[in-house]
Design a protein around this ligand. Structure first.
Ligand code: ZN
Length: 139
């Protein structure tokens, strides 16, 4: 199931695009992300590239949101610098986002003639491993 994005999601895309345009400089910061909490607040972040596996903008955003007391994200989007537009999350981020926020919507870019749209995180990671299902005290 996919849904066209609403004005609140357009605002989120614009927030990420603004950070990508103004804050991404050099090779260390090339992606920006914006997320909206259940309370409507918007948080932004940029990636912290490092050859040892520095975190993507989405993962920095998870921590930045928590630091502001936002522990439930509703929607997230990532935008690349140099006008690359909306970029879908990498595999690692899909797994982390699914484990943290199973009900999250992810705004992804244009594909096969469709415009920018919001997709449930579970749809971006079919037949997924659910970490919580394999913890000893999960029974
Ligand atoms: Zn990633």
């Amino acid at each position: 199931m996919t849904t066209q994005i609403h004005s609140a999601d357009r605002e989120l895309v614009e927030a990420a695009a603004e950070v990508a345009r103004t804050r991404c400089r050099g090779d260390n910061h090339t992606m920006a992300a914006a997320g909206r909490g259940r309370d409507g607040r918007i948080v932004t972040a940029v990636n912290a590239y490092h050859f040892t596996g520095g975190p993507c903008a989405e993962l920095v955003l998870v921590g930045a949101a928590a630091a502001q007391g936002i522990h439930e994200l509703e929607t997230i989007v990532a935008v690349g610098d140099r006008d690359r537009g909306v970029v879908p999350p990498c595999g690692r981020c899909r797994q982390v986002l699914l484990d943290y926020f199973p009900g999250l919507e992810v705004i992804v870019g244009e594909e096969e003639g469709e415009g920018v749209r919001a997709v449930p995180i579970a749809e971006l990671l079919p037949v997924s491993y659910v970490w919580a299902d394999h913890q000893v005290d999960a029974q």
